[in-house]
Design a binder for this molecule. Structure first.
Ligand SMILES: NC(=O)c1ccc[n+]([C@@H]2O[C@H](COP(=O)([O-])OP(=O)(O)OC[C@H]3O[C@@H](n4cnc5c(N)ncnc54)[C@H](OP(=O)(O)O)[C@@H]3O)[C@@H](O)[C@H]2O)c1
Length: 196
């Protein structure tokens, strides 16, 4: 069965955006969280225009290559300007989780009203690939539902001091097992498995 995992760029103090993110403003004052996508000489095999350090390219392409479908929160969808009618990944189908209708959806985009339902639909669309989660709200909901297998944090050495947190409140502890650490220029890649 396909795995469910998240991979986010995050500050040391746990933010996945800076202050005031939004459509047209991207990550707000936290745009440096994505600097490592473009600060090297190694092109991504999957994402046009990305040039990473060799170590980051290896980690990034390994993650991106696993993704067969994406489940994202409504804030990620809106703040990324609805991905221009597509999705965040060149081939994976996007599923958007929201309680509200989204009349502007394109044929490639699917709206789902709950995380469990979205992950089930994404698993089906992903075939033998995995499901990627995008957004702190959606990641937290999926952790609450016990549906997350792995968490990848691309940790950037900055304290942003504010923004959207990658992890929100949980009703109980969730134990993680650190399975890989890859230090790279401007970022440390931390790969955890969720203990069940
Ligand atoms: N640093 C990175 O790597 C990275 C990666 C991706 C995104 N981002 C950015 O990080 C921010 C993420 O924001 P976020 O964590 O606040 O939001 P999010 O997870 O993208 O979206 C949260 C929204 O999703 C909907 N939702 C969540 N759980 C739901 C459920 N169980 N059932 C129905 N709907 C549900 C709700 O929308 P409704 O209110 O419509 O119901 C909720 O307000 C965005 O600004 C995004 O651009 C950063």
């Amino acid at each position: 069965m396909s795995k469910v995992f998240s991979a986010h760029a995050v500050s040391v103090d746990g933010y996945m955006t800076g202050r005031d993110p939004g459509a047209g403003r991207g990550l707000g004052d936290g745009t440096m969280l994505f600097d490592w996508y473009f600060d090297g000489d190694t092109p991504s095999r999957l994402f046009d225009g990305f040039r990473l350090s060799e170590a980051s390219a290896r980690v990034f392409d390994a993650c991106a290559g696993r993704v067969g479908a994406v489940v994202m929160g409504r804030n990620t969808y809106e703040d990324s300007e609805r991905f221009g009618g597509g999705g965040p990944h060149p081939t994976a189908r996007p599923f958007i989780v929201s309680h509200r209708p989204a009349p502007e959806l394109t044929e490639r985009q699917t709206l789902v009203t709950g995380v469990e339902e979205a992950i089930a639909a994404a698993r089906e669309a992903a075939g033998d690939k995995d499901v990627g989660l995008m957004g702190g709200g959606v990641l937290t909901e999926a952790l609450r539902a016990g549906l997350v297998d792995e968490v990848v944090l691309h940790q950037v050495p900055i304290l942003l001091g504010g923004g959207r947190p990658v992890f929100q409140a949980l009703p109980a502890h969730v134990r993680l097992r650190l399975v890989e650490v890859v230090p790279a220029p401007g970022v440390t890649h931390l790969h955890y498995e969720v203990e069940r």
